[in-house]
Write a protein that binds this ligand. Sequence first.
Ligand SMILES: [Zn+2]
Length: 449
Amino acid sequence: MPYEGEFAAYRALQRITETERVRQLLSRALVYTPGTSGPAITPSASPSAPEQLPEFIVAIDGSNPEVAVRNGYPGARVGYLTIASVILDLKAIDRLDAVRPADPAAFRKTEDTATIDAALPGSNVVTRTHRSAKVSFREELYDVFHNEVVDVQDRMPLLDTYEALLARKPTIRPQSCPYEDLGCDQSFVIGQGLSSCPCAERRSIWSTDALRIHERFHDVGTNGEAFGEVMQVWERVLLVHLLRAFERSEIFAQVHRLAFFIDGPLAIFGHPAWLSAAISAELQRINAKVRKLTGRDLIIVGVEKTGAFVTHFDEVDQTDEPGQERFEPRSYFLPTDRYIKQRIIYSDSPKRYGKDTYFGRKFFYKTKSGARIVASIPFLDVSQDTLDSDDVGLYPSFATVCALLDKLVSCRYPNALAPLVSAHAQAAIPLHLGAKVLEQLARALMRES
Ligand SMILES: [Zn+2]
């Protein structure tokens, strides 16, 4: 039963959809009639799971609320960003499952958690000698990457990984000076570390300016979008950072015993989208080494809770017969470029869907328990980097990923991943600054072997 206000809002919405203008617009819009046009959805049974599944899951999930602060200026706000990295011991989960169906509260006890957090200036928050909130935001963003040492033994700041990715950014298109709104008309390529603008003012330029998130920053008003972009970048750079830290460590040969889960698709949207190609290249470089060492591919999964693909999966799973769903438990569908453009996000562009933003590929999966999951797996070599084929044989880890999804899906939140749900809970209460993810993992891996 909706609240009174909700119902009123619904009625107001209904009135709008009934207006003549809206009707006229819709009469000119494309309509998809099921069964008449476009490619059909054809679920396939998921390949049988390998005997050895990874023993640990590293889940990365963050939150980025914008909060009002009091500093004497009206409308002052800061972005409060947290990331939880959660390590899940799958054997412990199995033991719990044997006793009772997975319950998130008990589930949480099986995790070793580590959280990092940061506060970024929003509107009307000006730090030190800066002239505007935007400059303050840029400097703090750099500091977050510069100061954040993820692992106490590895000591490498997040900036090291970010700048390795920046080194892969094509330099053919210089960007306009971040001080454009202060009158600078220069364009240049942003380099590593700290530098200065080429004009006479010689103002500070930080390597994180290449993300161009500041272009979405408003000195007055809300900055939810900018903080959202920071969060998305931070989570994905952290994933690459952890993999690079593994690569430097003695436990690298054991990387096949881990699987990595992140919240949202394997993509970077908005101004920092160039990072997507850099992350893809870096993952392929690391994976080539992993293959040589272990004969297997890295296991990285992005899980989506909302969006067009989630809605579409919900819709196409329904059949004309009540109670009868199209997807059997343990079946999947790998949408091709043609399918996506004709059935999910209409487009007749010859350019591949998500070409500039995605470093992985989406699929639909119905778990053993009947939950619908929209997830993505990365392109780990050139042959995997396609949306033309629907052959899962291209992705050797696919069966493992499906088996992991079967294991992880919580009954209480049927279409979300339990680790991501509880990572959210942890992210809301930051436990400490500076995580020890690698150290904890090394200990867990040693304990098991
Ligand atoms: Zn300048």
